[in-house]
Design a protein around this ligand. Structure first.
Ligand code: SF4
Length: 364
């Protein structure tokens, strides 16, 4: 008897706790679903197939936040959707604004808070998005890497950083270079990309979108097959042991194998960038530049040399401008288009390694 009384009380308490953390009104959000997912939903609800496109248009063309307002859908269907889903997306809070116009926004998600950076520059404005809360990759020069991993973002939480941005109408380019490794959250990233570039979605040009990766070999081929967007590969050293010290992922996905895979699969239609943060006395020698040329042989790429922004508590220092220019000269002499990237948002910690990434986001 005593045991059962105790058991019932435990159940009661458990149910209270459950409601504390998961209130009854927590429903999945439809925002971020692709057309084929919406078509499947319509089949399940016995609704005509064209309803899926109507739903997509309400969400992505008309920015509709309520099922009740979807006036061309039958009332019964709207009620059923309302009972099972929301149209929620994360809302931004302005984190900081830089003297150079860069703004850092914070987006609360269930697994933590993620950051996005808005970077205006002459005729273009770039948005740098996060794909995970934290990151598993542990790159030694990156602040996010030190935070560890809190969770993957869903497609709608990635897209919400674009859809909800106050400056959205001015955005010309999107880069997936914020917190997290995009290819470590492949399904959600591919889903978000599909919504961004499809006519039933946001209809952006795939040439205006760039996804950055450390080279997650198990997912890279699928990525190349399934999306035409641009790719930025973080290299940072052409020497295996040295790269492994900077980027632990090198031990499982060696850069030589990543480049080989790109060589085999690329047909010259997709622009590929190589990201190279230049550290003083570590990877900035002519020997490194020559080895980088050798590593990239036969692959059409553009190299971005990136100024390192000092991350508190790391032993790394930024290479001088002169050193970066000497490095650039070696690559240019071998016919590799190489740019020294401008720093943006350094004063608000929205720059490379501070937001948690590998590039100075503008210019892709
Ligand atoms: S640089 Fe990118 S992949 Fe590496 S730890 Fe930071 S967020 Fe992760």
């Amino acid at each position: 008897m005593h045991f059962f009384l105790h058991f019932e009380r435990t159940l009661e308490r458990k149910s209270e706790l459950w409601h504390d953390f998961f209130p009854m009104n927590v429903l999945p959000s439809l925002f971020g679903w692709t057309l084929s997912q919406l078509e499947q939903l319509c089949r399940d609800l016995n609704a005509p197939r064209y309803t899926a496109r109507q739903l997509a248009e309400w969400m992505y063309h008309k920015d509709c936040r309520s099922f009740a307002a979807m006036s061309n859908l039958p009332r019964v269907l709207r009620s059923r959707l309302e009972a099972s889903f929301t149209l929620d997306r994360p809302d931004p809070h302005l984190g900081a604004a830089s003297a150079d116009g860069t703004k850092k926004y914070l987006f609360p998600v269930p697994s933590g808070t993620v950051e996005a950076a808005y970077i205006p520059e002459d005729e273009r404005a770039t948005l740098c998005l996060s794909t995970q809360a934290g990151c598993k990759m542990g790159c030694k020069f990156c602040m996010t890497g030190r935070l560890g991993f809190q969770g993957n973002l869903e497609s709608g939480q990635i897209l919400g950083q674009y859809a909800q941005l106050p400056e959205r109408s001015r955005i010309t380019n999107l880069v997936f270079m914020g917190m997290g490794e995009p290819l470590d959250n492949m399904a959600a990233v591919l889903q978000a990309l599909e919504v961004l570039i499809s006519d039933w979605g946001y209809g952006l040009s795939h040439q205006r979108i760039c996804v950055s990766t450390v080279g997650v070999l198990p997912h890279l081929e699928e990525f190349l097959r399934k999306t035409p967007v641009r790719l930025a590969l973080s290299v940072h050293s052409p020497f295996d042991e040295e790269r492994a010290r900077l980027m632990p992922c090198q031990k499982v996905w060696p850069i030589g194998r990543v480049i080989d895979l790109l060589r085999r699969h690329e047909d010259g239609k997709r622009r590929i960038y190589v990201e190279y943060i230049v550290f003083d006395g570590l990877n900035d020698s002519p020997r490194h530049a020559r080895e980088l040329v050798r590593l990239l042989h036969g692959l059409e790429v553009r190299v971005n040399l990136i100024k390192f922004h000092n991350v508190p508590g790391t032993e790394f220092q930024a290479a001088s401008r002169k050193r970066m220019e000497e490095f650039q000269r070696v690559l240019l002499d071998k016919g590799i288009r190489t740019t020294i990237r401008k720093s943006r948002g350094e004063d608000i910690e929205a720059a490379c390694g501070l937001l948690g990434s590998r590039g100075t986001y503008a210019g892709y």
